[in-house]
Design a protein. Structure first.
Length: 365
């Protein structure tokens, strides 16, 4: 589950029932985790919807915040504005294995692919987990991909699971994190959800909401900020590919809120899709009519994206336990180093409620 309590609830909306990306109707998430000591890695699968994604694609956009990455499938999203396979997250050296497995999975489930209906665009995104895992052992297999897809459902674990098993964030154990916001636009409720795989940051820069705790935790200057973050955003708002791309650009705001300045060796990528409608692969109708939200409502989406990215990053830290990896490597949990109840307790929630109810001078009307 997502985080239960927050010291501050901002203006974008309230968390969904699970505070997970799967609060967006139809979205499913599954993991396959490898945890053997030498290998701490895996695969996480995000299914934008059940059924044949190739025949009924979801509209999508993406943004490369910093391009030190080896992901595949982004170029066609930029060109065609759609996703047509499950989204896979894994480690850097397993992109090829996941891509091959995804090709085979798609062809098996739709024999027309590669023949009468053309090719398919697998979407695989990566972060480097070589500190805690022997990445040169190429531990991820086709079965891990199939397991992650097979296990996909509305409930899923966060932290050191799936693709997040070997990840580090702010020099602490991290991995998969998720959050959601329910927003109201035009008198109707919609959901914006996020899932991240976090692998970036220097400990001295960490801030948890308004607590600049990193310097105290690091006891001085920590390691240089290097690593990556993969951000998957989902919504049921009717948005165009252009609008989804614009929203992806605001993901960087959420990263910055946690303290990172986006380092030189960071592969930071955001992908966003909407489940509001689908794009059929084939049609007899050469003209389609799609309803999308008006630009005047985009600020609500931008704020929600910023918040769910920030909270997903923190959730990845707060759900991850201490992990001892290969070659004597260790990453401690944030909960080992910090009394996190000061952020997520019932008392903090009550204090936040009092803050929200108190009129603020100079507040926007």
């Amino acid at each position: 589950m997502g985080l239960d309590y927050r010291p501050i609830t901002r203006e974008s909306g309230v968390p969904g029932p699970k505070n997970l990306i799967t609060d967006v109707p139809g979205v499913l998430v599954g993991h396959s985790t490898i945890a053997t000591g030498e290998y701490n890695t895996g695969v996480t699968a995000i299914l934008p919807r059940a059924g044949n994604l190739y025949e009924h694609k979801v509209v999508a956009g993406h943004h490369v915040i910093n391009g030190y990455g080896k992901s595949v499938g982004l170029m066609q999203i930029g060109e065609m504005g759609a996703i047509e396979t499950p989204i896979l997250l894994t480690n850097t050296f397993s992109v090829g294995a996941c891509m091959d497995a995804l090709f085979k999975y798609m062809v098996k489930n739709d024999p027309k692919i590669g023949g009468e209906v053309g090719t398919v665009n697998p979407l695989v995104l990566e972060c480097f987990d070589g500190y805690l895992s022997n990445i040169r052992g190429f531990a991820v297999s086709e079965e891990n991909v199939l397991e992650a897809i097979r296990e996909a459902g509305p409930e899923f674990e966060e932290g050191a699971v799936g693709a997040g098993r070997g990840m580090n964030c702010y020099e602490l154990k991290s991995g998969i994190g998720s959050a959601s916001r329910v927003v109201t636009i035009g008198g109707r409720e919609f959901t914006v959800g996020c899932l991240v795989n976090t692998n970036f940051g220097s400990m001295c820069d960490l801030r948890v909401y308004d607590d600049f705790c990193g310097e105290a935790l690091a006891d001085g200057i920590g390691e240089p900020d290097k690593g990556s973050i993969i951000i998957i955003l989902a919504t049921d708002l009717p948005m165009s590919s252009r609008q989804l791309t614009r929203a992806c650009r605001r993901a960087q705001n959420g990263i910055a809120r946690t303290g990172s300045y986006t380092g030189n060796w960071s592969g930071d990528i955001a992908v966003m899709f909407t489940t509001a409608y689908d794009l059929p692969h084939t049609t007899d109708n050469y003209f389609t009519q799609i309803t999308s939200m008006h630009e005047t409502a985009m600020n609500t989406v931008f704020r929600a994206v910023t918040e769910v990215v920030e909270e997903s990053i923190l959730s990845s830290l707060l759900h991850a336990p201490r992990v001892e990896g290969w070659n004597g490597s260790v990453r401690e949990s944030l909960r080992e180093r910090r009394d996190c109840e000061i952020y997520f307790s019932k008392e903090a929630a009550k204090a936040a409620e009092a803050i929200r109810e108190k009129p603020q001078s100079g507040a926007r009307q």
